[in-house]
Design a protein around this ligand. Structure first.
Ligand code: PEP
Ligand code: MG
Length: 586
């Protein structure tokens, strides 16, 4: 009988980093360490606590050495992942709870740490936010390293003597990925993980195709089998036949050809055939994404989501830490501007100590600017950090989830106070531009009033669509009803642009709509001045932009506004785009 391991079959996982890789798989064993349990006699308890503390220190030392090596070999941009691991080693819950168990219950350090991990995992399981839940994997990886150290097992970095391979693992820590010789790895497959796990983020930053969340790939394939992975669709074909091989080879060549062609656009101006400029910028959550914005020709950051700095920690970052973080991004992006969004937590993005956990409707609850205005000291420390960063390059600031003028005035009053507190102590840009996100229907309706209060608008279409259509953006059962081209959305966008321009301010889109190349003619025709999107989309959008004229775009936008349903707009756009704009570039 032929076992499944040598048969041809395919698996469906989560596409975490686009691109196609074809090659031999190398299974690495990064499974959990097995933990002995025994009792510690009372007189040996202090020594056991000491053994635990030493193991923590040793692992911290290893991460610090790794950090140093990586800053030389990979540049500084990936270091935040190691920093996150170092922070976890400082975590008081891991430390105090483990020591409590050694002291109060006489457990050995390994068993006490394992028990603490179970408690931490139970707490993480309660969390609804997918991003935060996935951070639990980071805690596990750090604990695993401490356990291995306590047991005297050294965790060696993954090395390969043979040629290029696709690495398959139960899970890979970001530290594992960063240690791997990139010239030898052409793809990653893991049993665990999701799109927003740190490893997936790093795979994208390193531009290595990856499929995660395959559940049992390491037990279903044999070391050395040939596999094809499609990092966009999440498809993995094991032991492909010659037809699949030919098909994917062709697809891979096409993908690489298109990518190369798109990168050629990097230094060409983002402008229409008739010379109308539209700034194309990138959205970032992590400093390592800045390199990708530069590579793809982005002209700055249109949305920096600062809340990621507040996740995964017990204490909030203070002004100094935020300042260092913002300055790093500003310097990396120079001479281009960085638009920093103040904290957007609450709803599905919960941060310890700042969120209410028992709201009936969190999406309509205490979130974003509402949280900041309830905690003026925390808000002002962020504003001071942003202001101080503005002395190091072009910085703008904007507020999320604004529903009315009073909130803007209150937030601006706090900016004025923050400036006053800094004067004479730290330099900052006195003329710092202040904007608001337009992502609540009330903000659309009073866009003319808001425009008189601020220097720019940025439309958050992700939330605007959710609130306009009453469709929860995180609910997979409603995904077909989440329609960016719904007439209500298009009319809102027009109303916002017109109100902005009538009042002499600029308007950007920083929601996902901005990164959809086929929407470009509408957005351009409606009059948006700027679009901000994920880095990889920048050349794709620029390609269409450089084929449009303003007259054509205005016609497309005007026509799109005449339809009654999103399907009609979509069908019209598809025919319009393929008829006029989608020729190959050389
Ligand atoms: C938006 O709502 O469109 C947006 C850009 O903000 P976020 O996705 O962070 O809510
Ligand atoms: Mg939003």
């Amino acid at each position: 009988m032929v076992s499944e391991k040598s048969e041809r079959f395919s698996l469906q996982g989560i596409g975490a980093s686009a691109g196609i890789a074809i090659g031999r798989v190398r299974i690495t064993d990064r499974r959990r360490v097995s933990v002995p349990e025994y009792e510690i006699p009372a007189r040996q308890i202090p020594a056991e606590v000491q053994r635990f503390r030493q193991a923590l220190e040793r692992v911290k030392g290893e991460f610090s050495t790794l950090r140093h090596q990586l800053s030389e070999s990979h540049g500084a941009e990936h270091l935040c992942v190691i920093d996150a691991h170092l922070l976890l080693l400082e975590d008081t819950m891991l430390l105090t709870e483990t020591i409590r168990q050694i002291e109060a219950e006489g457990r050995n350090a390994e068993a006490a740490l394992k028990k603490t991990l179970q408690k931490v995992k139970a707490a993480f399981d309660e969390i609804e936010d997918e991003y935060l839940r996935e951070r639990c994997g980071d805690v596990e990886l750090v604990v695993e390293r401490v356990l291995a150290t306590l047991l005297g097992q050294k965790q060696e970095p993954i090395t390969f003597s043979e040629g290029k391979v696709i690495v398959a693992a139960h899970d890979l820590s970001p530290a594992d990925i960063l240690q791997i010789d990139k010239s030898k790895v052409i793809g990653f497959l893991t049993d665990l993980g999701g799109k927003t796990s740190h490893s997936a983020i790093l795979a994208r930053a390193l531009e290595i195709p990856a499929v995660v969340g395959l559940e049992n790939v390491t037990s279903r394939i044999e070391d050395g089998s040939t596999v094809i992975i499609d990092g966009a669709s999440g498809v993995v074909i094991v032991n492909p036949d010659s037809e699949a091989f030919r098909q994917y080879l062709e697809r891979k060549q096409r993908y690489e050809y298109v990518e190369l062609g798109l990168l050629k656009l990097k230094d060409l101006p983002a402008q229409t055939v008739d010379g109308h400029r539209m700034r194309l910028k990138g959205n970032v959550e992590f400093p390592e994404e800045v390199a990708s914005i530069n590579k793809h020709g982005g002209e700055g950051i249109g949305l920096y989501r600062t809340e990621t700095l507040f996740f995964n920690r017990t204490a909030l970052p203070d002004e100094e830490e935020q300042f260092r973080h913002y300055v790093e991004i500003v310097k990396r992006m120079a001479p281009h501007p960085v638009t920093i969004r103040t904290l957007d937590v609450g709803g599905d993005k919960c941060v310890n100590g700042l969120c209410l956990t028992d709201e009936m409707n969190p999406a309509l609850g205490v979130r974003a600017i509402r949280v900041s205005l309830r905690h003026p000291d925390i808000f002002k420390s962020q504003l001071r950090a942003i202001l101080r960063a503005s002395a190091f390059g072009k910085v703008k600031v904007f507020f999320p989830m604004v529903s009315g003028v009073a909130e803007v005035r209150a937030a601006k009053a706090l900016i004025a106070e923050a400036k006053e507190e800094l004067r004479g102590k730290h330099p900052f840009d006195e003329e710092l531009e202040v904007g608001v996100m337009i992502e609540i229907p009330s903000a659309v309706l009073i866009a003319d009033l808001l425009a008189r209060e601020v220097d720019f608008f940025s439309v958050g279409t992700n939330d605007l669509i959710q609130y306009l259509l009453a469709i929860d953006r995180t609910n997979e059962h409603l995904s077909t009803l989440y329609e960016p081209l719904h007439p209500a959305v298009l009319r809102s966008l027009k109303q916002v642009v017109d109100a902005a321009h009538r009042n002499g301010i600029e308007v950007c889109i920083c929601g996902e709509m901005a990164g959809e190349p086929e929407y470009l003619p509408i957005l351009l025709g409606l009059g948006f001045d700027e679009l901000s999107m994920n880095a990889v989309s920048i050349p794709r959008v620029k390609k269409i932009l450089r084929r449009c004229t303003m007259e054509e775009a205005a016609e497309v936008a005007a026509k799109a506004l005449t339809f009654s349903t999103a399907e009609q707009v979509e069908a019209y756009l598809k025919s319009e785009i393929s008829a006029h704009f989608l020729e190959s570039i050389d």
